[in-house]
Design a protein. Structure first.
Length: 282
């Protein structure tokens, strides 16, 4: 089975082009995701992404976390697919559509001399009602709500960008946070029956955020596109930032906008090839 390893500012995935790969060679994608994502013994990645045909969009994406669970949406993986499709000749258009479990998303590709330099992704309209997010709390929105986790009380703001996020604002640089302890406490908290992603965000100004992310099913990652959107939406709702900001993550920066007219969130950033290979029995 041929694979391509790509990353969006450090959020790295193993991609399989199912447009040209026989399905039987993939087998169980959840089991494959666990095996292929293992550091040292596998390719090593945050998960597995299948690029598939679609009847309602130009392409379809299925994404499996490193633990084998299937995710609804990933902004960084979406940008990688845009770059792959354009540079490998699957499309010559610079506006394409991508079917995901969270709905159809539009991608705009910026290219120079046949190389995609950045991709803007319409991430859809963020959901704010607890029932739409998957958080077991009452009310219309969860804004700065107290939560007990890892031995202390935090305040979280919950947003769904196709998948659930708990955003926590911290005064200090989140680089000093014991995320290996705090992250799992949020991901597996009883308030989130389907688990959650968690973002720990420092507000640097009206147009800048610094963030670390713990991804459901993958652990800490270098970046998260849906998480960056959730962080901006949460900070805007809490009157901490404007509706457009640069989000600084461990792997790089994303430009994030929450459009007041359409209500949709957008991310813009790069994507990169790492290498290609063949996966199969030794």
């Amino acid at each position: 089975m041929r694979f391509i390893k790509m990353h969006g500012i450090g959020n790295d995935y193993v991609f399989v082009d199912c447009l040209g790969e026989r399905p039987e060679r993939i087998g169980d994608p959840a089991a494959l995701a666990v095996e292929i994502s293992r550091p040292h013994f596998g390719v090593g990645s945050d998960g597995l992404v299948l690029i598939e045909p679609s009847q309602i969009a130009d392409f379809s994406m299925r994404i499996f976390n490193a633990d084998g669970s299937e995710a609804e949406m990933c902004g960084n993986a979406s940008r990688c697919i845009g770059k792959y499709a354009y540079e490998r000749g699957l499309t010559r258009r610079q506006e394409i559509t991508l079917e995901t479990k969270a709905g159809v998303r539009t991608l705009w590709l910026s290219a120079r001399d046949g190389v995609v330099t950045s991709v803007r992704v319409d991430m859809g309209e963020p959901r704010l009602r607890p029932g739409e997010i998957g958080v077991d709390l009452p009310g219309e929105r969860v804004l700065l709500a107290p939560i007990q986790a890892a031995g202390r009380t935090w305040q979280m703001t919950c947003v769904s960008v196709g998948n659930p996020h708990a955003v926590v604002f911290v005064e200090e640089d989140p680089a000093g946070l014991d995320l290996q302890t705090v992250g799992p406490a949020f991901e597996n908290h009883p308030l989130f029956p389907q688990r959650t992603n968690a973002e720990f965000v420092q507000v640097l100004g009206r147009d800048a955020l610094r963030m670390r992310v713990w991804e459901r099913g993958s652990g800490e990652t270098q970046a998260c596109g849906t998480g960056a959107c959730a962080a901006l939406v949460a900070s805007s709702l809490c009157s901490l930032t404007n509706r457009r900001a640069t989000v600084h993550l461990a792997g790089g920066d994303l430009d994030v906008e929450w459009d007041p007219y359409s209500g949709h969130a957008f991310i813009t950033g790069p994507a990169a090839f790492v290498y290609e290979g063949e996966w199969g029995p030794s």
